[in-house]
Design a protein. Structure first.
Length: 307
C-alpha cells in the first residue's frame, strides 16, 4: 500500500524543562472518535528522557491538549531506567492500561548504550502510571547479550505475545561503533513473566545493521508488522507478514512510505506506530534525529497491506 503524509503532527516547543527536545517512539491510545492520546518520549537538557503525551484529532492533524508534566520520569540512580524512559506498547487489560516501556542507561563509550524493558500500569486511562517493579520484566540474557528494547505486546487468545528488539553485537569501525540488532519473540501467561528461547522473528539481511521498533496487527488471520530498518544511511520503514506471528516474510517494497525531499523527515523515517482509529488506519512515525524533529502522521492512499 501507499501512505499519504499528513505532515508534522507535534514537536515540543522546548519551554518545558522535561521536554526541551524530541517526541520519540509515538504510541497512540484511541479515546473517542478521531481523538487519541499519543504518548512519546522527550528529553531534558541533560538528554534524560521522560514520557509525556498530547491529545490530537488524527482526522484533522490538530493537537488539542498537551501534558503539563510527564506521566513517567527516569528512575532512581542506579536503576535500569535511571537515564531515561520511552513508551513502547500499550495494552488494555481488565480495566487498566499496561504500558511496556524502555529503560535506558548510557554505556562507557558513546554511542554504546544499555536498554531493558519495564512495565507500568495506569488505572486512570493513562494520566498516571505506577511501575510494577523496580526491576525490568525483560532484560539482557543469553539470547539477548547486548540489549532488549522497543517491545510490541498484544493479547492473542490465551497468550500474551511480544515482539521485541534484541541487540546481539557491537562492532568497531573506522567511523565509530556500530550496533547490530534484530527482532525476537517472547510469550507470557500474565503479561508480566515472559518466556523466550531466542526465536528470531525478523532477521538482518546482508548489509543491514538494525531492525527496530515493531508494530504488529492481526487482521483477517494475517499478522502484519511495520518496523524500522537501518542499512547505515538512516532508518526507513519496513513491512512484513506472517500466518502465525512466528515466521515472517519481509515485504519491504510494500511499506509504501519514503523520506521526503527535505524538511523534518527528509533524512530518515523511524519508529512507526500503526493502528485503526475510528475505522481509519493511521501511522504515527518519527523523522530525522530519532524523534528530534517531532512526530508525523500518515494515512493510506490505497487499499492493500491492511489498508
Amino acid at each position: 500500500m501507499r501512505w499519504r503524509k499528513q505532515g508534522l503532527l507535534y514537536a515540543p516547543s522546548g519551554e518545558r524543562p522535561w521536554a526541551r527536545s524530541h517526541a520519540s517512539l509515538p504510541v497512540a491510545l484511541p479515546l473517542e472518535g478521531d481523538v487519541c492520546r499519543v504518548f512519546f518520549a522527550s528529553r531534558d537538557e541533560q538528554n534524560r528522557s521522560s514520557i509525556g503525551w498530547v491529545e490530537a484529532d488524527l482526522a484533522t492533524g490538530t493537537v488539542l491538549r498537551e501534558a503539563e508534566a510527564p506521566v513517567m520520569e527516569p528512575g532512581p540512580l542506579g536503576h535500569f531506567d535511571d537515564h531515561g524512559v520511552y513508551p513502547a506498547s500499550v495494552v488494555e487489560h481488565e480495566g487498566a492500561l499496561y504500558l511496556y516501556y524502555i529503560g535506558w542507561n548510557p554505556g562507557p563509550t558513546p554511542p554504546l548504550f544499555y536498554s531493558t524493558i519495564g512495565l507500568a500500569v495506569s488505572e486512570d486511562g493513562g494520566l498516571t502510571f505506577r511501575r510494577v517493579s523496580r526491576a525490568p520484566v525483560l532484560a539482557r540474557s543469553e539470547h539477548d547479550p547486548c540489549l532488549v528494547t522497543s517491545p510490541f505486546v498484544m493479547k492473542d487468545g490465551g497468550r500474551w505475545r511480544m515482539w521485541y528488539v534484541s541487540g546481539f553485537r557491537w562492532e568497531r569501525a573506522a567511523d565509530g561503533l556500530h550496533s547490530y540488532y534484530h527482532l525476537k519473540y517472547a510469550e507470557s501467561d500474565d503479561g508480566v513473566a515472559w518466556r523466550r528461547d531466542g526465536h528470531v522473528a525478523i532477521g538482518l539481511k546482508p548489509g543491514e545493521r538494525n531492525v527496530a521498533r515493531p508494530c504488529v496487527r492481526l487482521e483477517d488471520g494475517v499478522y502484519r508488522m511495520w518496523y524500522s530498518s537501518n542499512w547505515g544511511e538512516g532508518y526507513r520503514i519496513g513491512y512484513a507478514e506472517s500466518g502465525d506471528g512466528m515466521d515472517w516474510t519481509r515485504r519491504d517494497d510494500e511499506a509504501g512510505i519514503e523520506p521526503s525531499d527535505g524538511g523534518w523527515d527528509g533524512e530518515a523515517l523511524a519508529y512507526p506506530w500503526v493502528g485503526m482509529v475510528n475505522g481509519v488506519r493511521r501511522m504515527l512515525y518519527n523523522g530525522n534525529g530519532f524523534g528530534r524533529t517531532g512526530l508525523g502522521l500518515a494515512t493510506p492512499e490505497t487499499a492493500g497491506a491492511g489498508g
